[in-house]
Design a protein. Structure first.
Lengths: 112, 119
């Protein structure tokens, strides 16, 4: 059971927009800690996609965007492409139990 | 450009200690901006943070693993290491090392190394 809750799977057709939610609590996202997102293509290491809730590292297309509100965060992908099919993880900090970095359980994005 | 590379045995026997090292290149492990972390991923499952260390030796660990985990740093070699004791089959996973910006996001990541716990 992950501290941050993500839907196990989402899907969309090419060109469409999809969102992936990440729900936390008052000891992590709700406490003001920022949320980061990673993309993991099959057989590869995770890659930073969004940091600090809504910032894109250099080289990440602006089709990817992040937002945060209250105890939740979201990753939005517009103009869906076949190459976006991957696993996506959110990550934050949790202040309970002496403090921990925490990941969501991951969401598998399928491009139909 | 910062790069990380994991190294260590790919097979560990049950009840023994798993030991891995991460070598940092393209920058100094003594950077004031980075913690250095270990994350693992069991086959077919999600990511689990294990723990992180600052170049000074300050550490913070996943509470669920804390009793079995030791992370250390060797600034002279630009390396940090993971030891996980009393391993079982449940510890079989791909282990990643990563740079952690000011206890926030993880970037960059090493390529990962598969460690199998089996007799």
């Amino acid at each position: 059971q992950s501290v941050l809750t993500q839907p196990p799977s989402v899907s969309g057709a090419p060109g469409q927009r999809v969102t992936i939610s990440c729900t936390g609590s008052s000891s992590n996202i709700g406490a003001g800690y920022d949320v980061h997102w990673y993309q993991q293509l099959p057989g590869t290491a995770p890659k930073l996609l969004i940091y600090g809730n809504s910032n894109r590292p250099s080289g990440v297309p602006d089709r990817f965007s992040g937002s945060k509100s209250g105890t939740s965060a979201s990753l939005a992908i517009t103009g869906l492409q076949a190459e976006d099919e991957a696993d996506y993880y959110c990550q934050s900090y949790d202040s309970s139990l002496s403090g921990s970095s925490v990941f969501g359980g991951g969401t598998k994005l399928t491009v139909l | 450009q910062l790069q990380l590379q994991e190294s260590g045995p790919g097979l560990v026997k049950p009840s023994e200690t798993l030991s891995l090292t991460c070598t940092v290149s393209g920058g100094s492990i003594s950077s004031s901006s980075y913690y250095w972390g270990w994350i693992r991923q069991p086959p077919g499952k999600g990511l689990e943070w294990i723990g992180s260390i600052y170049y000074s030796g300050s550490t913070y660990y996943n509470p669920s693993l804390k009793s079995r985990v030791t992370i250390s740093v060797d600034t002279s070699k630009n390396q940090f290491s993971l030891k996980l004791s009393s391993v079982t089959a449940a510890d079989t996973a791909v282990y990643y090392c990563a740079g952690q910006w000011l206890v926030r996001w993880f970037d960059p990541w090493g390529q990962g190394t598969l460690v199998t716990v089996s007799s």
